[in-house]
Design a protein around this ligand. Structure first.
Ligand code: NDP
Length: 288
């Protein structure tokens, strides 16, 4: 019984660390030095990608479903029937369905299992995991989800990615709306620390006001833990989820455009909270 983890980025590195503390865990990362560092830190085993195909549970955590396709195709011919592939990427529901079908032909079962809780939650092993796919397959891998604080089965294949995209679209809207409101308050001479103090004890509070803006924007630190480009990607997936249902979601549509603009003008690799730098430009104020 072995576990493998592909993609030791900001999330995957600590997630795979929790696995290695409980199970024999093989790891691979495109920049292989990071896999070797992981092995040294957590006692995992850094191996060539094709060797990870031997594991009975294979996790991936890559930027988008496109990179997951690249890895799947690289492993074609190596995958073992009976393996369960758990994709913790914030991926695309339609791609999840296509990847599940592709894997099924090779005897491999697929769960879309994106995570929420950020790099702090990954380090603490308290991530929320939202899972799409066969619930019986989830029960078989549930004991391996050593990085999770909460695991919820949300529906068939693709449902996990859909819930994740909507969650992150809400993060994007809340963050942006709070930034617009605070920009007006700043222009009017209000102390933003005091304003956040009030909002966080009032009905306008959100994760963005409670845990992000005070800590990352007002301090001007913008620590890069979750890339702006990845949040823009998630809002785009959320809009695809809406479009698939022919839904009416003008507010999410606006968020999609605003975050694409912020990604270009502020930088895809900046922390997602740096999107508020675009609001600062639009209003000629600094949120500090
Ligand atoms: P990072 O950019 O930190 O890490 C990306 C990982 O993917 C790295 O290991 C990178 O390897 C690897 N990778 C990139 N391109 C390829 C490729 N073409 N082939 C193989 N490997 C590749 O991303 P995060 O860890 O922040 O995010 C991963 C996923 O988790 C995303 O879908 C994101 O939306 C989601 N997520 C992120 C959160 C966060 O707070 N950061 C929170 C919740 C979900 P290399 O080291 O070589 O670059």
């Amino acid at each position: 019984m072995s576990t493998a983890f592909i993609g030791l980025g900001a999330m995957g590195y600590p997630m795979a660390g929790h696995l290695a503390q409980h199970f024999d865990t093989l790891v691979w990362n495109r920049t292989f030095a990071r896999a070797e560092a992981h092995a040294a830190e957590f006692g995992s085993e850094a191996r060539p990608l094709e060797e990870l195909a031997q594991a009975d549970v294979l996790f991936s955590c890559l930027p988008t479903s496109a990179e997951v396709w690249e890895v799947l195709r690289a492993l074609d011919g190596q995958l073992q029937p009976g393996t369960i592939w758990v994709d913790c990427t914030s991926g695309h529901p339609a791609k999840a369905r296509a990847q599940a079908a592709w894997l099924e032909k090779r005897g491999v079962q697929f769960l879309d299992a994106p995570v929420s809780g950020g790099t702090n939650g990954a380090a603490a092993g308290t991530l929320t995991v939202m899972v799409g796919g066969d619930p019986q397959v989830l029960e078989r891998v549930r004991p391996r989800l050593a990085f999770a604080g909460k695991v919820v089965h949300v529906g068939p294949t693709g449902a996990g990615f859909a819930v994740k995209a909507v969650n992150n679209a809400l993060l994007a809207v809340n963050l942006w709306a709070a930034g617009e409101g605070l920009a007006a308050l700043k222009a009017g001479g209000v102390d933003l620390g005091a304003a956040l103090d009030v909002i966080n004890a009032s009905s306008g509070r959100s994760n963005a006001t409670e845990n992000l803006i005070g800590q990352r924007v007002l301090t001007r630190e913008f620590p890069a833990t979750f890339a702006l480009g990845l949040l823009a990607k998630d809002v785009g997936i959320g809009l695809d989820v809406v479009a698939e249902q022919k839904g009416a979601a003008p507010l999410l549509g606006a968020a999609g455009g605003l975050y694409r603009a912020a990604e270009r003008m502020v930088g895809a690799g900046e922390d997602h909270t740096a999107a508020l730098k675009l609001i600062e430009q639009m209003n000629d104020v600094e949120l500090s």
